[in-house]
Design a protein around this ligand. Structure first.
Ligand code: PFF
Length: 457
């Protein structure tokens, strides 16, 4: 129950007087959290780093990182949100009784805002490609590299970015249970169906075996300390940690729900999705003798080449891009909710107003990102990075680990009575505290040093 009555507006994260008028249902929360975790990262980053750092050996390390560090931090975020009944900043202030934690919490809110601004751009690309694929326009014309270059070099990405921002804002504006929860309840089952269809398609391609072998054959010689830190960094990004998302969502969870079970379900869901994504990407690329690249190159250039060559490729290509778009949209919704919850509480604003104000600013801030990947402002670089690259770098490689560190230190050392929120047995509680106090902070600092480039790989 809320400890600080009257310090927020009615509908703030958790609402005043403790029990919010707008809360997640038990499964609604789990689905929304899975929706946040499962996103573009699983599809274009995970298969690539898995291939680069030793296939199954890396996957094993990723699973260990997810369990040993990701899950404890995920549970900590959910518990902070439910305990503090506020946004990522006020929750920490309430639980510690110290205003200074508000500033630390704000780091992740700002990070979410930044990620959302360019995530909406990339989500827009996937929508455009779904359209191109279903209508057959993607195939039979110029080569895919040129097509993609022409697309991102023009102004059309801005239209799709706007579409994504509007859609996301509309869902968030409707509220937690009828907006975010319902959206995820509709889309996540759809995502599962699409995923299964695509896995069947890729595994039944001639020559799929080589890709499966590449993905699942452990090569321990490629495993380096860097690989371990890359796995950990990705576990954080993949579980949407360090950006205030799980804190914000946690504020809308009923006291009756077990957070440890929810965290397990989310971790498992994310892992399963990553595994199935690997079973789509590797067999598909190997069957057509293509290189599994990463990022836009993989999704918008390499894979269309494979789709064009396979039977019913336009259909499967379209379904693949819809899958990506759905995964991206459910993550985008969670990213937008973080600054919205903050604005609502901070300025005592209605949800609708807070959403539209935040969304418009995010759209404007995202414009240079939309136009800097080959577009009008791509010539504008600082230190060799475009605006898009900087947004991505600062948010995912700097703010995200910093936000994660703040959470581990807070839950491990500052927040004394986390016990009642965590729903753990005394034995597991000790393990959890140990992970938060020692294992996670040390490893996260190392991730930060590597990902921010302070120490080189
Ligand atoms: N977890 C999402 C993905 O894997 O694409 C991305 C993400 C969403 C990161 C929300 C961080 C976040 F707060």
């Amino acid at each position: 129950m809320n400890l600080n009555k009257g310090s927020q507006n009615q509908e703030g994260a958790g609402g005043s007087g403790g029990k919010s008028s707008d809360q997640f249902s038990r499964y609604g929360f789990i689905l929304a959290a899975i929706g946040s975790a499962v996103g573009l990262g699983n599809m274009w980053k995970f298969p690539y780093i898995t291939g680069k750092y030793g296939g199954a050996a890396f996957f094993l390390v990723f699973i260990i990182c997810l369990i040993a560090v990701g899950l404890p931090v995920l549970l900590a975020e959910m518990a902070i949100g439910r305990g503090g009944r506020g946004n990522a900043s006020t929750s920490m202030v309430r639980l510690s009784g110290k205003k200074s934690w508000g500033g630390f919490g704000f780091i992740s809110i700002f990070g979410s805002f930044m990620i959302f601004s360019y995530y909406a751009v990339v989500a827009g690309w996937t929508l455009h490609y779904a359209y191109l694929s279903f209508t057959g326009q993607l195939f039979g014309g110029a080569d895919f590299g040129t097509q993609f270059g022409d697309f991102i070099g023009g102004y059309l990405p801005v239209f799709y970015q706007l579409l994504v921002v509007l859609l996301t804002a509309w869902v968030v504006a409707v509220g937690i249970s009828s907006g975010i929860e319902r959206f995820n309840k509709i889309l996540i089952p759809g995502l599962v169906v699409l995923l299964i269809l695509l896995v069947i398609r890729s595994l039944t391609l001639d020559g799929a075996g080589a890709g499966v072998e590449f993905f699942l054959n452990p090569d321990f010689s490629k495993l380096s300390p860097t690989a371990v830190l890359v796995a950990l960094g990705h576990a954080f990004f993949s579980l949407s940690l360090g950006m205030g998302v799980m804190i914000t969502y946690g504020a809308y969870v009923s006291k009756q729900q077990s957070l440890s079970k929810a965290a397990l379900a989310v971790g498992f869901g994310d892992l399963l999705y990553a595994f199935l994504a690997g079973l789509i990407i590797f067999p598909t690329t190997f069957a057509f003798n293509l290189e599994p690249a990463q990022g836009p190159g993989l999704v918008f250039v390499v894979l269309p080449t494979a789709f064009e060559a396979m039977p019913f490729g336009a259909l499967f290509g379209g379904l693949f891009f819809i899958l990506l778009a759905v995964a991206a949209l459910t993550s985008a919704v969670s990213l937008l909710e973080v600054p919205v919850a903050y604005v609502m509480e901070k300025w005592k604003m209605s949800r609708t107003k807070a959403v539209w104000m935040t969304a418009i600013i995010c759209f404007i801030v995202g414009l240079p990102s939309a136009l800097s990947v080959g577009g009008a402002v791509s010539g504008l670089t600082f230190g060799g990075k475009t605006f898009f690259d900087w947004m991505d770098f600062l948010s995912s490689n700097v703010l995200l680990p910093v936000g994660g560190l703040v959470v581990t230190l807070f839950a491990g050392w500052v927040w004394k009575d986390a016990y009642s929120e965590a729903d753990l047995t005394p034995g597991w509680y000790k393990v959890w505290k140990f992970a938060l106090r020692w294992v996670a902070p040390i490893l996260v600092v190392l991730v930060l040093l590597i990902s921010s480039g302070v120490i080189s790989e």
